[in-house]
Design a protein around this ligand. Structure first.
Ligand code: IFM
Length: 462
């Protein structure tokens, strides 16, 4: 079967800044979700290995022991990313692969990332590296993990090693991916590793994650890193009704979902609304902590997937009631592209020092199948297309968005959801490890080819 003509269904609006070659297009992955090889070459256990082994923690008892076997297939995967014409590739480094328990580097683990980064450089694809994408070494967890202030210092050690060894091949460094998930899902709801479920733990873990971010930024800068920041997940929030109670619920939900991370980073304080949500629960903040957390970032990475539609819970909180008859993805998440625009414009208004923005994750899960060598993922093509339009609107409103990364390059281990939720531009057959670019990948490739061709015609270099 011939591939469909898709170059006109996935492209930014005509004249958009996204047609310029300095607006980066990429795709992302995370070490734990794709690498597998959890015991190879001296890699130490991490909290997700422990958590996934707990009965009931991950759907169908699945684990990331093999995942996409990327530790072995890395070269073909990087070549695949380059073959799509991506400007940039976002990856994370497994802390427990590169650092031993005694703090010395693990040469085999370092070699692996050297090879990956060299291959990206060979293709001229920019490397966007995240240090912490949720895979804390288990031995650090055994000393308290993110409930221990000292873990932030350990993150700085990791940042120091990574930037000394890889710094010459890394375009941007993100200290953390989605501290909200690591803090809340990992320590408040227990849905993620390490599986704790107490709001007091979540609040303390968040403070130590953000403190670790500040310490890691300092370590990266000391080693000459030029572009450092953090990646946070954000949620668009709407009110279920115009009632004052539901409007107030929106303020509480925004404080929890977005400002809990953004305010300390960009305003140097936690939002007051958290006190109403979680009365009496405050992190232990030492003198100087907020200055460390609010160190200047060169960019902020925004991960956007869906909106929450909330109403008052009648007490001091909110409930996410959702909306009926809206389009949803296999995760059950509402498809709401305008929310990305609204969140970005809202941030520009709230944070006078908002740094340049990359959309570091955006995408959707579906139940994709290969038929006649093709994966028809029309919903994803539409999803991506509509989010590009929303970003263009934010650009027009003056938000400095500099790049867009689809989540994810490959179908992968979707944490407690296991393997059924496929987020990839590229389909992975987990039995054979065959990769098949989906229609969305082909559409993105076609757009990027067209953009390059237009740049050449108009005399711009890409
Ligand atoms: O797969 C995750 C990723 O690791 C972090 N952001 C959200 C994605 C989809 O749930």
């Amino acid at each position: 079967m011939n591939a469909p003509t898709l170059d006109d269904v996935l492209s930014p609006p005509p004249g958009s800044a996204m047609w310029q070659p300095d607006f980066l297009f990429g795709a992302g992955t995370a070490a734990y979700q794709i690498e597998g090889a959890v015991a190879a070459d001296g890699r130490l256990p991490c909290i997700w290995d422990t958590f996934a082994a707990r009965p009931g923690a991950v759907r169908n008892g699945e684990t990331a022991a093999v995942a996409c076997d990327h530790y072995r297939l890395w070269q073909q995967d990087i070549d695949l990313a380059a073959g799509l014409g991506l400007d940039a590739y976002r990856l994370s480094i497994s802390w427990s692969r590169v650092l031993r328990e005694d703090g010395t580097p693990n040469p085999a683990g370092i070699d692996f990332y050297e090879r990956v980064l060299d291959r990206l450089a060979h293709h001229g694809v920019k490397a966007f590296v995240t240090l912490y994408h949720w895979d804390l070494p288990q031995h650090i967890q055994d000393r308290g993990g993110w409930l221990n202030r000292d873990t932030g210092r350990r993150l700085a050690d990791f940042a120091d090693l990574a930037s000394r060894r890889f710094g010459d091949r890394v375009a941007t460094w993100a200290t953390l991916n989605e501290p909200w998930c690591a803090a809340f899902l990992g320590h408040g709801s227990g849905l993620h590793a390490p599986g704790m479920a107490d709001t007091r733990y979540a609040v303390e873990a968040m403070h130590h994650l953000l403190l670790g971010h500040g310490h890691a930024m300092a370590a990266l800068r000391a080693n000459g890193a030029q572009r450092v920041g953090l990646v946070t997940n954000v949620t668009a929030v709407s009110a279920d009704s115009p009632s004052p109670a539901d409007q107030h619920a929106v303020r509480l939900a925004r404080a929890c979902y977005n400002q809990w991370v953004m305010d300390p980073l960009l305003l140097g304080s936690y939002p007051e609304e958290l006190q109403e949500l979680w009365p009496g629960v405050r992190p232990i903040v030492h003198d100087g902590d907020m200055q460390v957390i609010a160190s200047t970032m060169d960019f902020i990475g925004i991960n956007y997937y869906f909106r929450a539609n909330v109403r008052s819970d009648g007490a001091h909180g909110y409930t996410d009631k959702g909306l009926d008859r809206v389009e949803r993805t296999l995760m059950g998440w509402e498809v709401y592209p305008a929310g990305l625009r609204d969140v970005l414009i809202g941030f520009k208004g709230r944070y006078p020092t908002l740094p340049p923005v990359y959309i570091t994750e955006n995408g959707m899960a579906s139940d994709d199948v290969v038929a006649d060598g093709r994966v028809d993922d029309a919903q994803r093509v539409r999803y991506l297309q509509r989010h590009l339009v929303a970003i263009d609107q934010a650009l027009h409103a003056g938000v400095d968005v500099q790049g867009y990364f689809a989540w994810s390059l490959l179908d992968n281990f979707e944490w407690s959801e296991g393997y059924a939720k496929r987020f990839g531009l590229v389909h992975v057959d987990y039995a054979t490890q065959a990769r098949t670019p989906k229609d969305s990948a082909l559409a993105l490739k076609a757009f990027l080819e067209r953009r390059r061709a237009q740049g050449v015609i108009s005399g711009r270099s890409s």
